[in-house]
Design a protein. Structure first.
Length: 238
């Protein structure tokens, strides 16, 4: 809806469902289309063309706009995921921020990370020929996500929600980070709440995420809610 409103269009937004053959999982996505030769020409000048993920060349980006460019790249071709320590379902998470693209784009992103103090090396994508990937783990990923999304005005809602989730998790599960050192009783209460309800198929607890995740943490301690109130928006989106 953000894109449709920005283009002042009333075209229909359709919801489509895609099934991943290897896992059987289904995902929903929204589709919105317009026809405009002028927009196509203007996007081509910015190297946004058909099949861009595999052929994109990094454009020249003014330094004051770099974080906004890379936030857009993460929104489009990146992901923020977590794995769970199976010994403690739902309580021990390892988050990762990753971006996929051409070797040239990934090399440029690695340079951007280096400027912010995170040394990373692009690697070949193991599933997609011709593509490369940069992955930022734990603190490196969290620092980058915070830099890109804090005080942002233009962003993909679900990516912003995952960044807030990551920030909340880090504050509650990493003793010594900033001013957040919870008592053993509080940490136990958070862990119990995050175990979630038993999965109907496996009988094991399903890890919570998103809004439910943050709600559980805030029920145990109000510190997180105070810390991560969205910062005031600025005109330049910084």
């Amino acid at each position: 809806m953000k894109l449709r409103d920005a283009l002042d269009s009333d075209n229909k937004i359709s919801i489509i469902t895609t099934r991943i053959a290897s896992s059987g999982k289904e995902y929903s996505a929204a589709r919105f289309g317009i026809s405009s030769a002028q927009i196509v020409r203007d996007l081509a000048k910015l190297h946004v063309v058909e099949n861009k993920t595999r052929i994109l060349r990094p454009p020249a980006i003014p330094e004051d706009l770099e974080k906004h460019f890379w936030r857009g790249m993460i929104d489009g071709d990146g992901c923020i995921t977590f794995s769970v320590d199976k010994r403690w379902p739902g309580t021990q998470r390892a988050y990762t921020l990753s971006l996929v693209g051409t070797q040239l784009v990934m090399s440029r992103f690695a340079d951007f990370c280096e400027k912010l103090g995170s040394s990373v090396t692009p690697k070949r994508h193991h599933r997609s020929e011709g593509l490369w990937v940069v992955r930022l783990y734990r603190d490196k990923g969290l620092n980058m996500a915070t830099h890109l999304y804090d005080r942002a005005v233009v962003y993909l809602d679900r990516k912003m929600a995952r960044v807030r989730e990551w920030q909340a998790y880090a504050a509650s599960h990493m003793p010594g980070r900033k001013n957040y050192v919870h008592t053993p009783e509080t940490r136990q209460k958070i862990s119990q709440g995050l175990r979630g309800k038993p999965n109907g198929r496996t009988g094991k607890p399903s890890p919570l995420k998103g809004a439910k995740y943050i709600k559980i943490i805030n029920a145990a301690t109000g510190e997180i809610e105070k810390k991560y109130i969205p910062a005031p928006k600025t005109q330049d989106g910084s």
